[in-house]
Design a binder for this molecule. Sequence first.
Ligand SMILES: Cc1cc2nc3c(=O)[nH]c(=O)nc-3n(C[C@H](O)[C@H](O)[C@H](O)COP(=O)(O)O)c2cc1C
Length: 175
Amino acid sequence: MENLGYEKIDPKIIDGNLIKLISDDWMLVTAGNEEKFNTMTANWGGVGYLWNRPVAFVFIRPERYTFEFVEKYENFTLTFFDEKYRKALNICGTKSGRDCNKVAEASLTPCFTDSGNPAFTEAGLVIECKKLYAGMLSEEFFLDRDIFDTVYGKKGNVHKLYIAEMTGVWKKTNL
Ligand SMILES: Cc1cc2nc3c(=O)[nH]c(=O)nc-3n(C[C@H](O)[C@H](O)[C@H](O)COP(=O)(O)O)c2cc1C
């Protein structure tokens, strides 16, 4: 990543408000390897500290093509972009990698971490994650029934939660 203009940083010094970054600016969740990977836009998730390590957590519906990759591979990445890539994130959040080459349609350039995990050179921030815990959300554990009814009631599958250790964080140095 260093040869692509990134510097490795401590997760504790990530710039900006992560709630805003995730909810408003959105992120890409990407998993796979150099031969085959898939990416999708997400804006539900978070970061924190759990089991004595920095973690990120994401929620992915099983019908997403990206789900297959996140399930199969031990790692995934979260990538964050400047506003000028909003159109690219819209494409990755509305089209499926099952039907098209959305990375090409979004004009994103794949790159790979030293461990071989896919990211994009346009990202200002890359967070590499190693899965620690995965589990489907379950209707019976919702304490606020309205949330379940509104988000999942008639709309099909619940999300699967992934909690993952941040194993590497890189920031673009020329921003
Ligand atoms: C702003 C935005 C946020 C999204 N957040 C999530 C999310 O957190 N979890 C999820 O499963 N899908 C989310 N999606 C939907 C997926 O990005 C979308 O279904 C995508 O086309 C899946 O692509 P894939 O089939 O190639 O994986 C979001 C879409 C948008 C536009």
